[in-house]
Design a protein around this ligand. Sequence first.
Ligand SMILES: Nc1ncnc2c1ncn2[C@@H]1O[C@H](COP(=O)(O)OP(=O)(O)O)[C@@H](O)[C@H]1O
Ligand SMILES: [Mg+2]
Length: 227
Amino acid sequence: MLEVNELTKTYQLDGFSVEALRGITFTIKEGEFVAIMGPSGSGKSTLMNLIGCLDRPTSGSVILDGQETSKLKDNQLASVRNLKVGFVFQNYNLLSRTTALKNVELPLIYAGIGSGSRTERAFEALKIVGLEERAGHRSNQLSGGQQQRVAIARALVNDPSIILADEPTGSLDSKSGTEIMNILKLLNDQGRTIILVTHEEYIAGYARRAIRLLDGLVTSDKRVGKK
Ligand SMILES: Nc1ncnc2c1ncn2[C@@H]1O[C@H](COP(=O)(O)OP(=O)(O)O)[C@@H](O)[C@H]1O
Ligand SMILES: [Mg+2]
């Protein structure tokens, strides 16, 4: 369902170039739970952004559900991103003065779904993360762990092929972090494909496979223990 072939990304910055990815190749099957690991600066977020159609590679390809995303026009790429990918970021990226429900509805607004069905689907997604009772709260009235659960609901609401979580527990205390990981694990048990970036071994232990990066290259790719 996901193929990454000889992927490279070079950033140009003030006349310097930074080779963030230098030729990454792997395949991820439907239903996998994969941790991407590696030290800060190794290219993890760059890789996630390319897989999630937030950015374009310098060379190589990403094939998501049979579609080579680098060949798509900007508007097609935006639509693949909206419909096929659910993103969860370290800092939640919610609209802070907006209710949990409205935050979760946003991807459905972009997808052109009518308001009645939108509210219903957003509410269902909040139920999955156990926050239906907080639907009317603004995100700045929620704890970090609750905000991340809203972000997971937002990632789920379009029923994406893949969920990409970039250090989703990085800003949380360990109790909230464990809650978030248990939700991701449950979603994977229900068949969702998840790619998770982390630099913590114990977080990676929730995944079944760990791909390690160093300086923009894969250094290992193996099965890991199941929590
Ligand atoms: N937008 C950007 N412009 C220039 N350099 C960048 C940009 N984003 C990332 N980099 C550089 O690319 C490398 C990989 O960064 P990143 O993918 O964020 O690593 P990680 O997520 O593993 O910490 C780093 O050297 C970083 O400084
Ligand atoms: Mg990063």
